[in-house]
Write a protein that binds this ligand. Structure first.
Ligand code: AMP
Length: 123
């Protein structure tokens, strides 16, 4: 069995790498993205390693729900709930995932534009 190297998010959760942590409990950690794409850009991650959405087990349903309710609460806390915001989960290469530790991006604080950029090749 091979052990994959710890991702940066694992190190943040373990307190081995500094981050601007805005929320933490026994299941979830949330911190500000190091390269924010909007006035509010927070990453909400499970404390246990789940690499991608494709690796979510049926037994993780409650945990995934908790990630979303934490995102909802943080959006209210950031003052962006009234105008709205976007939650994004990227999965693997075509989804543009860079860090293989499941995370929800909470983005808001300005109009975010189209959901995806149109490609000349079409949909
Ligand atoms: P994704 O492309 O969905 O995997 O997003 C990964 C995100 O993690 C990117 O928006 C990065 O800017 C962000 N990121 C990478 N390293 C760090 C870090 N050390 N602290 C905070 N955010 C990070």
């Amino acid at each position: 069995m091979t052990t994959l190297p710890a991702t940066v998010f694992e190190k943040i959760i373990a307190g081995q790498l500094p981050a601007d942590i805005v929320y933490k409990d026994d299941r979830v950690t949330a911190f500000r993205d190091i390269h924010p794409r909007a006035p509010t850009h927070i990453l909400i991650v499970p404390n246990k390693v789940i690499a991608t959405t494709d690796d979510i087990a049926d037994g993780d349903e409650a945990l995934i729900g908790h990630l979303v309710t934490v995102a909802r609460d943080l959006a209210r806390q950031e003052g962006i709930a009234k105008n709205g915001y976007r939650l994004i989960i990227n999965c693997r290469e075509h989804g543009g995932q860079e860090v293989y530790h499941l995370h929800i991006h909470l983005l808001g604080g300005r109009p975010l534009g189209p959901m995806v950029t149109d490609s000349p090749a079409g949909a």
